[in-house]
Ligand binder design. Structure first.
Ligand SMILES: [Zn+2]
Length: 465
């Protein structure tokens, strides 16, 4: 990955949007905003609300008037495409580094230990210039990277590698020693320290591939950081392209596509009926998708098996739930009553499975079960109907299941798709739910309670990262 003056024109699957004449007009945080917007503009680079960027910049301390190093990192909520200056959290780098002492003083460390949860509120003690923007749960992925700029993204092509059974081997094969593999670990202080060590041990590395999560690039130069991110993603997409299975994607077609008039006619009958069945706890709005890509998946041999495995990336399943409802129906029958019967049976089974998932994975202090109805329904011949409490939520659900399908397509082309571990998925879902709803992880009852009060409002604004 040597860096020529510009890499415009050298990518096939991602858009190169950086313009020196625009960027060079800007400085400091404005350049970071520029870079973030350019990354967010290309939907192949990350999902809505997903990913975050950072720069470590020298600022003047408002109190001492001295120069200090400040980590500007995209805050919680919002989207890279539209983020502005006020969407970034700012933290004193030396104070963030001092958090290490606190962390390492705990006898128990690592994911799921009390100290992990106690570290988040500590970031509020590091805030530079009273900036009210809360930092995201991915902040530790930026904190200890010893480079000025970091781009952390959730691209489908990279997650396809990260959701393959042989993800580590594939990472090595595709990137050699330029990208370091980090197995799945939920974002937290521990993974930040792990990344710091990996960079020390692999000084040639320009980025990381995070199992079941995404990737990061880094550089002391912001444009190079941007280009490295693009290169990591483009390389993944090219590798998938060379292994593309063409007509055999998802095992090839099982059901034949319906004529458009039949498809639209049956959708018009089924969707209001289904909406009534699903809106048990709240009224749902549906987004229908029946383009070629979606129909290829719902009509395929492997679609039901892959859907049943569930989604692999936390960002996706927080909206799509651990798995969609895939109904077994032969569209060539045009039998709408038969479809309603099959859907009714499938719904009973889905709810039972969801109840089983809750019972199997719940902890003694888990919050009550969420609505056990599906948010994604897949029907051969008809496509996908994604549900949400309003139009925009149902659209994001649809977008995220599209991401999940792209991830499965890539992973099955190059290897074999692997879903997220069920207990881990449950714990993440529960944790995100707690943080959103209560501003804290209710399962952790001791220590740092006062700080959580301060952070409650911040977390409530959303923590999709
Ligand atoms: Zn992330």
């Amino acid at each position: 990955m040597s860096a020529p003056a510009t890499k415009a024109g050298s990518f096939r699957h991602v858009k190169y949007l950086w313009r020196d004449e625009e960027a060079d007009e800007l400085s400091g945080v404005d350049r970071l905003v520029y870079r973030s917007n350019k990354l967010g503009e290309d939907l192949t680079l990350t999902n809505t609300g997903g990913g975050n960027t950072s720069s470590k910049l020298i600022e003047m301390d408002p109190l001492t008037k001295e120069s200090v190093e400040v980590l500007w990192v995209k805050g919680s909520g919002g989207d890279l495409r539209t983020v502005r200056r006020d969407g970034f959290a700012s933290l004193y780098v030396d104070k963030v580094r001092a958090m290490k002492t606190l962390y390492s003083s705990s006898p128990e460390r690592g994911p799921k230990t009390p100290i992990e949860d106690a570290m988040y509120p500590m970031y509020s003690h590091c805030v530079f210039n009273l900036n009210p923007r809360a930092c995201s749960i991915d902040t530790p992925l930026h904190t200890f990277v010893p480079y000025k700029h970091v781009d952390h993204l959730h691209p489908n092509a990279v997650i396809a590698i990260a959701a393959s059974v042989n993800q580590e081997k594939l990472c090595q094969e595709i990137y050699g020693d330029e990208v370091v593999y980090v197995p799945w670990q939920r974002p937290g202080f521990e993974i930040g320290l792990k990344i710091e060590q990996l960079i020390k041990d692999n000084s040639q590395a320009k980025g990381i591939l995070l199992g079941h999560h995404g990737m990061s690039s880094w550089s002391s130069d912001d444009k190079t950081c941007y280009e490295t991110a693009l290169e990591i993603i483009d390389r993944a997409a090219r590798y998938i392209e060379t292994h593309d299975r063409g007509d055999k994607t998802f095992g090839g077609p099982k059901a034949q596509p319906l004529a458009e008039t039949d498809r639209k006619g049956i959708q018009a009958e089924i969707i209001p009926w289904l909406r009534g069945r699903l809106s048990v706890y709240k009224r749902f709005v549906g987004t229908v998708q029946d383009d070629e890509k979606m129909l290829r998946f719902v009509n395929s041999h492997d679609g039901p098996r892959l859907a049943e495995l569930g989604t692999s990336c936390p960002d996706h399943f927080l909206r799509t739930k651990i798995k969609p409802l895939f109904v077994d129906w032969d569209p060539s029958s045009l039998d709408v009553e038969g479809l309603k019967n099959s859907l009714s049976e499938a719904l009973v089974k889905y709810r039972k499975d969801y109840d089983g998932y809750y019972q199997e994975c719940k902890r003694p202090d888990s919050p009550a079960m969420r609505d056990h109805n599906p948010t994604v329904v897949l029907i051969p011949g008809l496509g996908m109907i994604a549900w949400g409490k309003n139009k925009s939520e149902s659209r994001v659900t649809a977008e995220f299941y599209n991401c999940a399908i792209e991830v499965m397509r890539g992973a099955e082309a190059i290897d074999q798709y692997e879903a997220m571990d069920r207990q881990e998925a449950f714990d993440i879902e529960r944790r995100a739910h707690c943080l959103r709803r209560f501003g804290r992880n209710v399962c952790q009852r001791n220590g740092a309670g006062d700080y959580r009060q301060v952070w409650a409002g911040n977390w409530r604004r959303g923590n999709r990262d």
